[in-house]
Design a protein around this ligand. Structure first.
Ligand SMILES: [Zn+2]
Length: 205
């Protein structure tokens, strides 16, 4: 039998919740950073975006950052962008996609300030900062933080609804009712007269 689309979605959702759960537990001893830092050069301007998410102690911080920085001359631009043997010696990402994954066991938590709302107390934050263009430097960024239980709960909605439906239809079948609509099938065990569902052969009692 071909699996129904809803079954595939439920399975995908369940798989996601397992993945989120693993990262959640892992976030206490080890934080993970996944990011992408595309950068390109236009004339003497280095354009650099970064987007990614970092896990730490039960929460996920995700952000988008866009920076445009103008070099004084080609020499300075080379200082920023030329690939060196030691990537840490580079000031800024080299042009390219710059994908990154880093496990961090001693991540310092990005301090987003004191909680001021109920949402903050629950672990939700949203910050937007924008630096006015000045001295050839522009920057704007968004930072969003949310607790792991939030995506975990979202990914469990579909599987738990599916489980509830399955339990209901099993309960109905055991009581001799139509598993689909709950109509009493004791008088017509082969097919439900209410919704037309063909009943499976009941297990021998
Ligand atoms: Zn029925």
């Amino acid at each position: 039998m071909r699996p129904r689309v809803s079954t595939l979605f439920t399975a995908a959702s369940l798989g996601l919740s397992v993945g989120v759960g693993v990262l959640w537990f892992r976030s206490y001893p080890v934080g993970d950073y996944f990011g992408c830092h595309p950068a390109r050069v236009r004339g003497l301007v280095l354009e650099h975006e970064s987007c990614g998410f970092a896990t730490w102690r039960g929460s996920i911080t995700t952000g988008v950052d866009a920076t445009r920085i103008r070099a004084l001359d080609q020499k300075q631009l080379n200082e920023w962008t030329v690939v060196r043997s030691d990537p840490a010696a580079r000031l800024l990402p080299t042009p390219g996609l710059n994908l990154k994954w880093e496990p961090r066991s001693n991540a310092t938590e990005l301090n987003l300030g004191n909680p001021v709302t109920v949402w903050n107390r629950l672990g939700f934050w949203m910050l937007h900062q924008q630096m006015k263009p000045d001295f050839g430097f522009q920057n704007s960024n968004w930072i969003i933080r949310f607790p792991f239980w939030f995506p975990f709960a979202l990914t469990l909605i579909l599987p738990s609804a599916r489980l509830a439906l399955w339990l209901r239809s099993r309960r109905r079948r055991r009581r001799g009712l139509c598993p689909v609509c709950g109509y009493d099938l004791r008088a017509s065990p082969a097919r439900c007269p209410e919704c037309g569902k063909a009943a499976p052969v009941p297990p021998p009692a």
